[in-house]
Design a protein around this ligand. Structure first.
Ligand SMILES: [Mg+2]
Ligand SMILES: [Zn+2]
Length: 197
């Protein structure tokens, strides 16, 4: 008996950190009225989608463990994000959230976990869920902890200068592409796929 999954071809994905990459970093963002796209971000997502990439958000949300907001508030914000992306036909294919923190807060989310970046748990889960080939996939983040998670699963990584991404080219690991923002990241990724564009 052949497993159905085995017949499905591998998919390519772009793993996306959320805060500081897609939307303006606002330090524990959780209220919908505070949500604000970074310039060009929806267009970037559309370009990637059109190029055949799955869009997978991987976001550390330790604000949940710290008791600043609930996991339901995170889901609510993501529903809002999807709505805002509708005019761009650039729906996010999967949201992976780490609500944990190893030291801060209390309750069930104040725990060590394998999903908090720089650990690659969220990416590994997405790889399994969507049958993603990491070698044909990318990660875009604004922190070195994002990049570390991307490298751990073997995808190519881009660091944006928006959000916390104020790292100098000299300080970045050699195998990281530094770009201004998500739109530049999308163009770089697509340009690599189809030289000449
Ligand atoms: Mg970020
Ligand atoms: Zn976690």
């Amino acid at each position: 008996m052949i497993e159905v999954n085995a017949l499905k071809p591998f998919q390519r994905a772009v793993f996306l950190d959320r805060d500081g990459v897609i939307n303006v970093e606002k330090c524990y963002l959780h209220r919908i009225e505070d949500f604000e796209f970074l310039p060009g971000a929806p267009e970037a997502l559309r370009l990637l989608k059109e190029a055949g990439f799955l869009l997978v958000v991987v976001t550390n949300q330790s604000g949940v463990a710290r008791g600043y907001y609930t996991l339901e508030a995170v889901h609510e914000l993501h529903r809002h994000l999807q709505n805002e992306l509708k005019p761009y036909a650039a729906a996010i294919d999967g949201f992976y959230i780490c609500p944990h923190h190893p030291e801060h807060g209390s309750g069930k989310f104040a725990a060590d976990c394998s999903c908090r970046k720089p650990l690659p748990g969220m990416l590994e889960q997405a790889v399994a869920d969507f049958r993603i080939d990491p070698a044909q996939s990318y990660l875009v983040g604004d922190k070195l902890s994002d990049i570390e998670a991307g490298h751990a699963v073997g995808c190519r990584c881009l660091l944006v200068k928006t959000g916390y991404g104020d790292i100098s080219a000299e300080a970045a690991p050699k195998d990281v592409t530094i770009v201004d923002d998500l739109l530049a990241a999308a163009r770089s990724i697509i340009g690599e796929e189809t030289p000449g564009i």
